[in-house]
Write a protein that binds this ligand. Sequence first.
Ligand SMILES: *Cc1c(COP(=O)(O)O)cnc(C)c1O
Length: 396
Amino acid sequence: MKTIYLDNAGTTKMSKSVINSMLPYFDEIYGNPSSLHSVGQISKEHLENAREIIAKCINADKNEIYFTSGGSESDNWAIETACKFGKLKGKNHIITTNIEHHAILHSLLEKQKQGFDVTFLPVNENGIIKIDDLKKAITNKTCLVTIMFANNEIGSLQPIEEIGKICSENNILFHTDAVQAVGHIQVDVKNMKIDMLSSSAHKYHGPKGVGFMFAKKGTPLFNFMHGGAQEGNKRGGTENLASIVGMSTALQEAVAEMNEISQKIKPMRDKLFSELSKIEHSKINGDLNKRLPNNFNMSFEGIEGESLLLLLNDDGICASSGSACTSGSLDPSHVLLAIGLPHEVAHGSLRLTLSKYTTEEEINYVIKIVPKVVEYLRKISPVWDELQKGKRKFVL
Ligand SMILES: *Cc1c(COP(=O)(O)O)cnc(C)c1O
């Protein structure tokens, strides 16, 4: 059976051009960019070239890009640096949302233990914050606003430009976890007044274990990884040149193909919504318009998301019920709870995330299989039985 991969928010397949662009760096261009000899200096040139390509893709300057091991490291670094800087200025308040990725949420829970005061802004039923809530939350102690660009579970997009404007007017550092946005939708750090941004290559057909942090010129960036003088003395460690070049190829390609891919996969995604909405007692999660083009998320009452995933997997469909990080546990997704879904409904959710490799045939197959699997699961579900007999009330 052919595998249909619809978990591209979890990770993506590398494109052939990305793989090819990386190959010379394993044997031909192998120097350490910090070495002064010719072999090292050639590597240095390639490293700086990749930095320039990446900077252009988000309208940044070359010296504002810092290479990291991925989204989680960039998120941790941004929070760490803003907190250190805040402390020096006697500020200890951070504003975020309650739908952030765990790399942000767990870092902030750690900061709370260290005495930082964290405001978790609520989101509306579509997963978007209210600008007024942000304005009201700001105090003279606020040292950081960290709000994700696009949500990894329900694809909702935050009003980043407005948030950037408010932070800039109030002189507060603004960080955004843009791991799901970069390479998928337009990101312009200058127009959006972003101070710090996290990105990860494996979410846009680049290699895993590499990413970058954008930090606007003048942003107080503290040394996070102590070591050599790499990355402007801010992050020690010999650069992962092959992966960095792979990331630059992947991002350049993603940005060049962005509109074309979006036009190709949006209709497929919308077809999933319109067809699977025909399943009774179901609900679309997230905003239909302010949404990533490749994200589908729905809840089906009376079923278990885990069982749904396992049965879909038996039919060759790779899907997700929440974020990859929570799929190991039985807790319902914090994002689905934050948009107001009751626990039992949040449990019965399905996330499908498309990519440029997704085909019309695959989508048609999914549209055929999902209703059958949902029907089967409901037939054997004690909860569905109670709903049918009126012993329990339908929520959807
Ligand atoms: C995947 C993801 C991360 C983590 O990135 P890694 O490179 O896997 O560490 C952080 N934030 C969001 C929104 C993500 O989707």
